[in-house]
Design a protein around this ligand. Structure first.
Ligand code: ADP
Ligand code: TRP
Length: 332
């Protein structure tokens, strides 16, 4: 029996950070043990914000090297660039006709930009391009092209996957057959939202990220920037409200967590010390992956070749989906 399909993508719109790692990359790699994995770099999604060709190229390679350094095996998992699968864009056009504008108006990312503009007293659509507005349709095409059953993502992407499911259902309903597989989001409970340096969601847009694979010295420097309150060393501290502890938990064993929890509550552990412990445990965790990442980045043509090979495999599946749909809608 063939295995179910697990698919996810990340856009190369910044340097990958530990929110991406725990929210998307790590769970995806674990799921690949039991699913047919299809993982890709959503470079056309990144064009909405990145208007610098050299930068986009660099970020794409860095993201590819990151996936591989974190354990993606291109021999057993399909790995490609969205832009190398042109069927994505034909499917996007098809899906447009089945996606209500109201659904797009309600999409969180668009709504948040409109709200920001309104609060600032600007035109509601100031600075918003059609790529952002139709973002969920392109994402639905990414997903529906590959007969995807599950999509591991962070909590912020749940609505987008639900939109893809809605659109698939609507198409299936109109043509009275199971043309498209209806996907489901998979969100890991423990890593729903990784907090950033300031306690908000770690995100490139908030400039509060801890990048993956920084050299140790730089990593330490950035960990030291985590925002804390002004409690003195000897004061007991509440681990449950500390961003340092919430990050520490991601790396520590149960015993290590229990011990740190106790030391926070007892007092006598300053924030500087807590940050040092966090740095050490993170550095130990990421060092082997960082070595692999550095090695991969030394040979960008190798990365490019892997992505090209992945795209060939991806196109075999993608072209079947497009053919099936063209046939169903009367364009073949
Ligand atoms: P960013 O918010 O930094 O722009 P992306 O939107 O590119 O990150 O996210 C890529 C993937 O990583 C998505 O699946 C997203 O849900 C996940 N992700 C990003 N930030 C976090 C976070 N702070 N916690 C959990 N998952 C996250
Ligand atoms: N929108 C996702 C993000 O910002 C990236 C993405 C694009 C994606 N296409 C996808 C994720 C398809 C999962 C499935 O993180």
């Amino acid at each position: 029996m063939s295995r179910k399909v697990c698919l996810t993508g990340i856009k190369p719109s910044g340097i990958p950070h530990i929110g991406n790692y725990f929210g998307a990359i790590k769970p995806a790699i674990e799921l690949a043990k039991n699913y047919d994995a299809r993982y890709f770099i959503a470079d056309y999604h990144a064009v909405n914000t990145i208007k610098d060709a050299a930068l986009l190229k660099e970020l794409t390679r860095k993201l590819a090297a990151t996936w591989m350094a974190c354990g993606l095996d291109p021999d057993t998992m399909m790995f490609y660039r969205q832009s190398d699968v042109p069927e994505t864009f034909e499917l996007t056009t098809i899906l447009m006709a089945f996606t209500s504008k109201g659904l797009m108006n309600r999409a969180h990312a668009y709504k948040a930009s409109v709200q920001e503009n309104t609060l600032a007293g600007n035109d509601p659509d100031a600075g918003i391009n059609m790529g952002l507005f139709t973002y969920p349709v392109l994402m639905a095409a990414d997903i529906l092209l590959f007969n995807t059953n599950i999509v591991p993502v962070g909590k912020d992407q749940k609505q987008h996957v639900e939109i893809a499911a809605d659109v698939a259902q609507s198409l299936n309903h109109i043509y009275g057959k199971d043309l498209l597989t209806v996907p489901e989001p998979v969100i890991s409970e423990t890593t729903q939202v990784i907090v950033g340096l300031d306690g908000r969601k770690m995100s490139k847009s908030y400039d509060n990220v801890i990048p993956l694979f920084l050299p140790s010295k730089k990593l330490r420097k950035i960990v030291m920037k985590i925002v804390t309150n002004s409690q003195e060393i000897e004061e007991p501290k509440n681990p449950e409200t500390s961003h340092i502890f919430s990050l520490y938990k991601l790396f520590a064993t149960e015993e290590e967590q229990a011990s740190a929890h106790e030391r926070y509550l007892t007092g006598g552990m300053g924030w500087g010390h807590a940050k040092q412990e966090l740095f050490e445990i993170m550095d130990a965790h990421f060092t082997p992956m960082r070595e692999k990442y550095d090695m991969l980045m030394e040979d960008p043509s190798h990365i490019d070749a892997i992505l090209k090979e992945g795209a060939e495999k991806a196109r075999t599946i993608a072209s079947e989906t497009v053919k099936r749909l063209r046939n169903a809608i009367g364009i073949d």
